[in-house]
Design a protein around this ligand. Structure first.
Ligand code: ADP
Ligand code: MG
Length: 315
């Protein structure tokens, strides 16, 4: 039997009302996807795409306009209590009472979640994020990196099966980014399903098993990272021929062949398996006379750009 999703989102819509000078904003536009259990799932998108809105709906901090969300099988409308118990959320903004120590921060959080004293594991959690030696220091004396790690351990006090990190590495230096990546990988290795949002393509590619791309509130891709990277291995030859195309050429070397105008054909091929010369030879072998050729190549950045611009055009 197929495993249920760790998170399941269907037709999620969020419309922020107008306030002050700000017009109303459709921040999430009919978003549906599943986060498979046991994965590191990346929600990738530029600033303003709607990532935090989505996370904050799961956290119960933002009221959705419509649609449904289930966390570990618990509907956030019908069973908020269990839904909340199943998820730990690390918010984008760092907020702590500066006069609590890391140990107290975790104890307070455990109290909030009703974790009985004998089941609390504050020191263990601090050890996990390499903060054991800071257990008694005031939060305000921690570096930015330490605060982020403390936030992560805070999200883990009730031992949720899913943890969500909203832009864990935005604005952090390279060294800390590596540390956070390691920590995320360790957590996942320990069986926790991880969702992270990021606007760094490279981060998603390095860390995530699966990547969903959100842009202007719309989900425009949702694929295993490997497949998304595969898309970046594609190259496109645009061929203009000397007469109207009545039948598109075909070849095992072509991944895709589409008409892009009466006399223009766009052929996609895998650059590891073929090349422009072979593609042209195939076209000519099928009786077409080529009068002009251009090529383009994609990397993950291009895949991202082409997906986001396509969505913009469609919107
Ligand atoms: P991201 O996290 O991907 O950067 P957000 O979810 O924060 O995106 O924002 C999505 C859109 O919703 C943005 O245009 C943002 O300005 C708008 N937005 C976010 N929060 C509010 C709010 N409380 N009121 C009105 N608009 C908001
Ligand atoms: Mg955000």
């Amino acid at each position: 039997m197929e495993q249920p999703a760790a998170i399941s989102i269907r037709n999620l819509v969020k419309r922020y009302a107008a306030s002050g000078n700000a017009p109303p904003k459709l921040a999430l536009d009919d978003v549906s996807f599943d986060v498979p259990q046991g994965q590191i799932f990346g929600l990738l998108g530029p600033n303003g795409a709607g990532k935090s809105t989505l996370i904050n709906i799961l956290a119960g901090l933002v009221m959705k306009t419509s649609g449904t969300a289930e966390i570990w099988g618990f509907d956030i409308d019908k069973d908020l209590r269990n839904a909340k118990r199943s998820i730990g959320i690390v918010p984008q903004e760092i907020v702590f009472d500066p006069f609590f120590t890391p140990f107290e921060v975790l104890e307070n959080q455990a109290g909030l979640y009703g974790v009985p004293k004998h089941l609390r594991r504050s020191m263990e959690l601090l050890g996990q994020v390499h903060l054991a030696d800071k257990a008694g220091a005031y939060a305000r004396t921690l570096s930015g990196g330490m605060k982020r790690r403390l936030l992560i351990s805070k999200a883990l006090v009730h031992t949720p099966p899913v943890i969500v990190l909203d832009e864990p590495t935005a604005g952090v230096d390279v060294e800390l980014r590596r540390q956070l990546w390691e920590l995320v990988a360790e957590l996942n290795h320990g069986g926790v399903t991880v969702v992270l949002t990021t606007h760094y393509l490279e981060e998603a590619e390095q860390l995530c098993d699966r990547i969903a791309i959100i842009n202007h509130g719309q989900l425009i891709a949702n694929k295993p990272t490997r497949e998304l990277v595969e898309m970046a291995r594609e190259k496109v030859v645009v061929v203009t021929v000397d007469g109207d195309v009545t039948r598109l050429p075909s070849s095992p070397a072509f991944l895709k062949c589409v008409s892009a105008g009466e006399r223009t054909i766009e052929i996609t091929y895998d650059k590891d398996k073929s090349n422009a010369g072979e593609v042209l030879a195939q076209v000519q072998a099928q009786g077409l006379t080529v009068v002009d050729v251009t090529t383009r190549e994609a990397d993950l950045e291009d895949v991202f750009v082409s997906l986001t611009t396509a969505a913009k055009v469609a919107a």
